[in-house]
Design a protein around this ligand. Sequence first.
Ligand code: HEM
Length: 218
Amino acid sequence: MGESRVLPDGSILRYNFVERMIHWVAGASYVYLLLTGLALWTPWLYWLAVMLGGGGVSRTLHPWVGLLFMAAVLRMYQLWGKEMRITDVDREWNKALRHYTRNEDQNLPPVERFNAGQKYLFWLMYWGGVVLTITGVVMWIPEYIPWSLRFLLHLSVLLHAIAALLTIGGFIIHVYMGTAVVRGGFRSVIRGEVSQGWAKMHHRLWLARITGNGPTKR
Ligand code: HEM
């Protein structure tokens, strides 16, 4: 679990140094995988591989960077897994989703450190990462797949593409929400801290827990 706390200047530590580093290892490796993966997927996007050092370099590094991404996601699971479990608060929050899409967070039920949308993103990246890694390894070492199990190779090609497309969808929404919609969120994955006002607006139960003020009503 992360160690959220009130800092001496009154702001709140949302992501500590390790959490921020792991997030950016996942972020940078995902972007590399996205670009090289798209280049390997279709000749129309091969120019991406050319810009990243050539087809050979991209083909060699893609699986290794994939392992790095999965390692970062597993570390994220260790750090945040417990706080990402779906609770009754999330189910209530889901019902009020239209306020979230209109950026009216003040009308949403108060939530803990992560809202339901953030949790779904986490589980999408986690399970997407598991499927991408397993199917990626099968395609990486096809010579070890016995002839009688050849269908696993074809299945892996299909599942790898499906899992990639699903995570790309999640990634686009995540980056859009984290940078353009929820102002102040980006600063928290760079500097670590958020203001009490931000925490109150977006994660009221979390703020109440770490300041010890008890849950605040809407
Ligand atoms: C490379 C572009 C990325 C950007 C600009 C970005 C941005 C952000 C921001 C601003 C936050 C803080 C949100 C908040 O606490 O309110 C965050 C958190 C998080 N990021 Fe990213 N991120 C990126 C890539 C990724 C990738 C590839 C993953 C995949 C594992 C990821 C997983 C998460 C998770 C699980 C959290 C915590 C919960 C959440 O806010 O969704 N991020 N990110």
